[in-house]
Design a protein around this ligand. Structure first.
Ligand code: GTP
Ligand code: MN
Ligand code: MN
Ligand code: MN
Ligand code: MN
Ligand code: MN
Length: 203
């Protein structure tokens, strides 16, 4: 395990900590952009109320609900579908980096973020997108919209590099990049090129 990471059990042992669970929902797809660029996978992220990109999910109180039940509850609020999340979908838990907002008195308890990945069928992902824009109670409030992550590279840095140059909440950007790498959704060389390019785009 990388430094700063905790096992699920170690994380839960911190009863004084706050806990947040987020999930990367994704599927394979054979559709093509402009009829020629393979899209390969649909990965769902969201534009949050604060203008930052992140994954669906939220704060969970482990004394009242399991991490997975809490994540499922957050999904019903944020994407309008109470998708079942299993312990096997858990990827990693780690302490959130300290931020100026988390140093205020009301939220001085340390935050542990738990990350999950769930692979779905393309039709299920499309159903999540439809529900997120229609029946989800948080739509237009805490969640401004679901977005798909472009995984291809276009001339001039368009595609994944541009996407990675946006601003993300917490360590959502590394959760995305690590998942692309671990699940082999983008080749190591393509991912490295996109990461290098995203820093140029940002400057
Ligand atoms: P409320 O319903 O307003 O309480 O929000 P929420 O429960 O949906 O919480 P939110 O999704 O904002 O997550 C809680 C905290 O977790 C945030 O303040 C961030 O610090 C962090 N966070 C949010 N999204 C992500 C994410 O995608 N990845 C990581 N690592 N952290 C996140
Ligand atoms: Mn067009
Ligand atoms: Mn929420
Ligand atoms: Mn949330
Ligand atoms: Mn919440
Ligand atoms: Mn809420």
């Amino acid at each position: 395990m990388a430094s700063g990471q905790l096992s699920r059990a170690e994380a839960l042992a911190c009863s004084g900590c706050r806990h947040a669970c987020h999930v990367m929902l994704y599927c394979d797809t054979s559709t093509q952009l402009f009829g020629r660029i393979p899209i390969r996978h649909i990965i769902l992220m969201q534009m949050r109320f604060d203008g930052l990109l992140g994954f669906p999910g939220g704060l969970v109180n482990p004394s009242e609900e399991t991490l997975e039940a809490g994540l499922s509850r957050e999904l019903s609020e944020e994407v309008g579908v109470a998708l079942p999340i299993n312990v096997e979908d858990h990827v990693e838990s780690c302490y959130a980096p300290a931020t100026s907002s988390s140093s205020s008195a009301s939220s001085s308890r340390r935050l542990i973020t738990h990350f999950y990945v769930k692979k779905m069928e393309e039709e299920q992902i499309r159903e999540v997108e439809r529900a997120a824009a229609s029946t989800a109670t948080d739509h237009g409030q805490e969640v401004l919209g679901m977005v798909r992550v472009p995984l291809y590279a276009m001339k001039g840095g368009g595609g994944l590099a541009s996407f990675l140059s946006h601003s993300f909440i917490g360590n959502a950007r590394s959760q995305l990049v690590d998942s692309l790498s671990r699940l082999g959704l983008v080749s190591p060389a393509e991912l490295q090129r996109a990461l290098d390019k995203s820093l140029e785009t940002h400057a």
